[in-house]
Design a protein. Structure first.
Length: 281
């Protein structure tokens, strides 16, 4: 299917989109986002458990560093130790073993339409194979929901009927205004949540427009809840809306427009990524 080809449910409401998702996505039964489903079934192998442990430790270091009041001498000693760890990590094998689309919006029908059978993964395998324990590893390395990525807050996604719920607590590393989350991170979190939401349509798409209304400051170190819903679809265009709350207080709301794209364009992105990062050494 190309971006110009007509598809079932060319235009319709959220109910039509969920029906299309059930039809197209074997892994998205019940209108579930492939990314949410993927994270739920990702096996925590011994190696994956250690990757997540390492990322959690790094996340803690980042959070402590931006708020430390240590002296110059104390920081000097800590830096010496960190540099030793950095040299150790640099000497280990490197490269990406997983296929590179860690963004929720790109995890639509591509994951179930056979694209995983035609694109060879890094280390010469397709990581979308049914029997591969790392099939959904891409999601674990996401900069927003990935437990294996120290830059991730992390956000936790779940499906509830026709909605995507995201829960996240931002630490001090994400501070903008005093005691509040930087607006840029709020925007990026919306992009992640809306991307997961639009994938309920069964399409793989990229963000074309993201509009945000900031209603009140978003606090740091406070549990936040985002709720995303499919809005409408017109051909390749898919709209989704989301809100962000701290308790009962509305902090922000957003609308995203996503454009579905075809498997050939997706493969071009993967090939370009492999040319840039190479295969594991």
């Amino acid at each position: 299917m190309t971006n110009e080809d007509p598809t079932p449910g060319e235009a319709g409401d959220a109910g039509d989109l969920l029906g299309l998702a059930d039809e197209v996505l074997g892994i998205a039964t019940g209108g579930k986002s492939p990314r949410i489903e993927g994270l739920e079934v990702l096996q925590e192998t011994p190696r994956r458990a250690q990757v997540r442990r390492f990322a959690a430790t790094m996340r803690s270091i980042i959070d402590d560093l931006v708020s430390t009041t240590a002296t110059a001498d104390e920081l000097d000693e800590a830096s010496d130790r960190l540099e030793e760890i950095a040299r150790l990590i640099a000497a280990l094998p490197s490269g990406q073993e997983y296929q590179g689309f860690a963004e929720a919006a790109n995890a639509g029908a591509a994951m179930a339409s056979g694209i995983g059978d035609t694109i060879s993964g890094y280390a010469g395998r397709s990581l979308l194979a049914e029997d591969d324990p790392e099939r959904f590893a891409v999601f674990d390395h996401s900069p927003f929901i990935g437990l294996a990525n120290p830059l991730s807050p992390p956000m936790r996604l779940r499906s509830e009927s026709d909605r995507v719920i995201a829960e996240v607590t931002f630490g001090v590393a994400y501070e903008g205004p005093p005691g509040c989350v930087h607006g840029g991170y709020v925007a990026a979190a919306f992009d992640e949540c809306l991307g997961a939401t639009q994938s309920l349509s069964g399409m793989a798409g990229m963000t074309a427009h993201l509009g945000i209304d900031y209603r009140s400051p978003t606090p740091l170190r406070v549990p936040l809840v985002m709720e995303g819903r499919l809005d409408r679809r017109d051909g390749r265009k898919i709209w989704a809306r989301a809100t962000l709350h701290a308790g009962d207080r509305l902090c922000a709301e957003a609308e995203g427009l996503f454009i579905a794209f075809d498997a050939e364009k997706f493969q071009e992105l993967l090939e370009a990524r492999q040319a840039q990062f190479g295969t594991p050494s």
